[in-house]
Design a protein around this ligand. Structure first.
Ligand code: GLP
Length: 233
């Protein structure tokens, strides 16, 4: 695990955008795993800014989002589908048929999870996956206690995660369930970049630096992967 520490959120975002664009320059057909949340917004802003000046940045790129809430449609302002449209998809030349997000409104959610795994395999697997970090150490929506071999599935969100993500839901009415890639799915990505910023994450960062590997601390699964960069501000 390689660590880089930054003085500011802006500096972290600039480095993350650099890694993102380097991945496209190294392989124009790169398959990204993509996060939502407050942390990656600065990275997406920079990528959009640069790609609006570069011809055909995303033409052959394929993306798979880590997670989505269950029970709300893409049009809901709190959906990760809305988030991705606002922060990335509407501003770059990414073919929407290659921009995948689990469908939290699918009639058969288990079938949707299996389909998502198949789509990732069909694309050749995840190449570079960016992750954010929850205060309790969650990655995607894999909460403490998640088996490291887990695959894409429906999960219940903890009260603390629902509170942390309440901003875009009227009356704090955050969905109780989500679809998330599993930790096993994430670990199959060829490389991983973990972005850590925001208040209340000091304890999680210290725990990750400590090196303990435990299913009670989901991000610690990343110690089992050979190519992880952690950017912290
Ligand atoms: C949510 C997302 C995670 C994200 C986390 C941290 O729970 N499902 O993928 O990493 O929030 O969010 P933030 O970056 O806003 O702190």
């Amino acid at each position: 695990m390689k660590w880089e520490t930054f003085d500011s959120y802006d500096a972290l975002s600039a480095r993350a955008a650099e890694l993102f664009l380097n991945a496209i320059h190294a392989d124009s057909r790169v398959v990204f795993g993509l996060p939502t949340g407050r942390t990656p917004i600065g990275m997406y802003d920079r990528v959009v800014d640069i790609c609006s000046r570069e011809y055909h940045c995303f033409t052959a790129v394929e993306t798979f989002n880590l997670d989505e809430y269950v029970g709300i449609s893409c049009d809901h302002p709190g959906s990760y589908c809305s988030f991705m449209r606002e922060h990335l998809f509407e501003h770059v030349d990414l073919d929407r048929r290659r921009a995948h997000i689990p469908d939290g409104k699918a009639a058969d959610l288990d079938a949707e999870c299996a389909r998502y795994e198949r789509e990732i395999r069909r694309a050749g697997g995840l190449g570079v996956t960016f992750l954010g970090l929850g205060r309790n150490g969650h990655i995607g929506f894999n909460e403490p206690g998640t088996p490291f071999g887990s695959r894409t599935r429906v999960v219940s969100l903890t009260a603390s995660t629902r509170t942390a993500n309440a901003a875009l839901f009227a009356n704090g009415d955050v969905p109780h369930d989500a679809i998330t890639m599993g930790i096993g799915t994430i670990l199959e990505s060829r490389s991983i970049v973990l972005l850590v910023s925001g208040t209340g994450k000091e304890e999680a960062v210290a725990r990750l630096r400590g090196g303990e590997v435990s299913e009670e601390f989901p991000a610690s699964a990343l110690h089992l992967h050979g190519d992880v960069q952690v950017l912290v501000s």
